[in-house]
Write a protein that binds this ligand. Structure first.
Ligand code: 4AD
Ligand code: MG
Length: 484
């Protein structure tokens, strides 16, 4: 079947050419005009049926979401809105779609309804645009890192270590839960399990990426990541995709440059390659914003905001300064923050969004967090380091905060000094014996190094202007939900 994509028909096929297209019917009007979409673009091709050639019984089958193949001549469009249309010579229904049973009609459905029909939601303009953009972002990630000499490194999905020390992991086991082998003291004997040890789905590929970076120099991972946190928010998934670059001889400042460069590369790529989809989502977001009270409306449209972020340097501040700004803020003084603000406690999403949306009005990179709120592998700051303060121990962490979302990237310079790292692990109760392989990198040719993790879905949320993370991953996995 020699098919031409509707995108190329609309963009470049010369008139008077005969081509074959195939796709799904969006609408059929006046018993003559099929709006056909094949997913290659948000735009439909108008396929004009000659009623003399196509009998009424066949025409009755051009229902929403029926699949059809049309062969015909590309002619200048009579109507407005598109360059060309097709005068159909031959048409065949490939798969019928019963209009009384097909759930998605050509009208506006709620996102909740479409989530319940996640298997069919790709056939809507909104979701097809989102998933084409998700592709462009994914492709851009490889383009950016490969272009800078980073090697795509496949870290394992099953692991026996807990990289973030958060303990929110899914178990991987082949033992019979009703009848597991037991030790003498009645505890489960994991030695009998498939991997001979308690094993889980990874929360991060970072530790393995560090091993690789200390040999290949520059690596990045890009894969699924799992967290069994029971957070039912619009920004959390139990299964999400993370990109984790890790580079030897990179310090905190280089790490910030790398992160800012990545975000800007991806935004530029989407602006260039997804212009039609962005235009659609820009209008969609404008409609959504109208429903919100004036105060909560975003000051910029989607495309305007993307260009703004692209053109302005990200603000780089220390955690200590961030706390000062928050303590002086109106919402703090009016007691509008739900969570406490004081030196030593972690920033919550409401604080991050205040800094980004109200105070700086652009992306912000915060560094120098208190050691006690961050992971064991982050480098301990000393006098002279950016983020050092006499208020308490801080680490060379960096969180990149984005408007509308909050944290989009978390990373750090790593602790490369064996004695400091071991002391930190002891203090935080991280088992050194199980992590012998990680500590070996600090024993044999340790070097300063740094990296970060970008949450793919959080980034796609930002570039599409969507409000819920469940709408930017094909099949969301969240507490109590793993359908499809
Ligand atoms: O800040 P996190 O936990 O950092 C790490 O995992 C480090 N090991 C990364 C590194 O330095 N190599 O997660 C990184 C990012 C977050 O900023 C967020 O964008 C995303 O991953 N993320 C989630 N996205 C969706 N659902 C969740 N439950 C997420 N948890 C983290
Ligand atoms: Mg984080």
């Amino acid at each position: 079947m020699d098919l031409t994509s509707i995108k190329s028909v609309l963009d470049e096929t010369p008139t008077n050419t005969t081509v074959t297209v195939a796709g799904w019917v969006r609408t059929f009007r006046n018993d003559r005009f099929i709006a056909l979409n094949d997913g290659s673009t948000i735009h439909n091709l108008q396929c004009v049926i000659d009623q003399q050639q196509v009998d009424a019984a066949t025409r009755a089958r051009f229902t929403t979401s029926a699949s059809v193949r049309c062969t015909g001549t590309i002619v200048e469009s009579q109507g407005s809105g598109q360059r060309v249309e097709m005068q159909v010579k031959e048409v065949e229904v490939l798969g019928d779609s019963d209009p009384n049973a097909y759930p998605i009609q050509p009208k506006k459905h709620s996102l909740e309804f479409l989530r319940e029909n996640a298997h069919l939601r790709f056939r809507t303009n909104t979701y097809s645009a989102i998933f084409r953009i998700r592709h462009q972002v994914s492709f851009g990630i490889h383009e950016y890192f490969s272009g800078q000499g980073y090697n795509y490194f496949h870290s394992p999905i099953i692991t026996a270590s807990d990289a973030e020390g958060a303990g929110e992991m899914f178990r991987v086991s082949t033992l019979d839960p009703k009848n597991p082998p037991l030790n003498d003291d009645g505890s489960v004997n994991w030695k009998e399990d498939f991997f001979g040890a308690e094993s889980r789905l990874t929360v991060s590929g970072q530790l393995q990426a560090e091993l690789a970076a200390l040999a290949l120099g520059k690596v990045y991972t890009f894969g699924p990541t799992f967290r069994a946190e029971n957070s039912n928010t619009a920004r959390h998934l139990a299964e999400f995709w993370m990109i984790e670059p890790e580079a030897a001889f990179l310090d905190l400042h280089g790490n910030m440059d790398l992160a800012e460069g990545l975000c800007k590369h991806l935004i530029a790529r989407v602006l260039q390659h997804s212009a039609d989809d962005l235009e659609f989502l820009d209008k969609r977001m404008a409609e959504e914003e109208k429903q919100k009270p004036q105060q909560q409306r975003s000051e910029m449209g989607l495309i305007e905001r993307l260009k703004f972020v692209l053109e302005h340097p990200f603000e780089r501040i220390t955690y200590t300064d961030a706390i000062d700004i928050l303590l002086r803020s109106k919402p703090y003084q009016k007691k509008q923050f739900q969570y406490p603000v004081e030196w030593g406690v972690d920033l919550q999403s409401e604080h991050e969004r205040y800094l980004v949306e109200k105070h700086f009005k652009k992306p912000v990179i915060v560094t120098g967090y208190p050691a006690q709120v961050k992971a064991f592998y982050m480098r301990m700051n000393g006098p002279g380091d950016f983020g050092y303060t006499d208020k308490g121990a801080t680490v060379a962490a960096m969180d990149v905060l984005f408007p509308g979302i909050g944290e989009i990237i978390g990373g750090s310079q790593r602790e490369e000094r064996l004695d400091v790292l071991e002391a930190r692990m002891d203090a935080m109760g991280v088992p050194k014996d199980q992590m012998w392989w990680f500590l070996d990198t600090r024993r044999f040719g340790t070097v300063p190094h740094a990296g970060f993790g970008l949450g793919l879905e959080r980034f796609v949320l930002f570039v599409t202007g969507m409000g819920n993370i469940r709408d930017v991953i094909p099949f969301p996995r969240t507490p109590k939900s793993a359908e499809f």
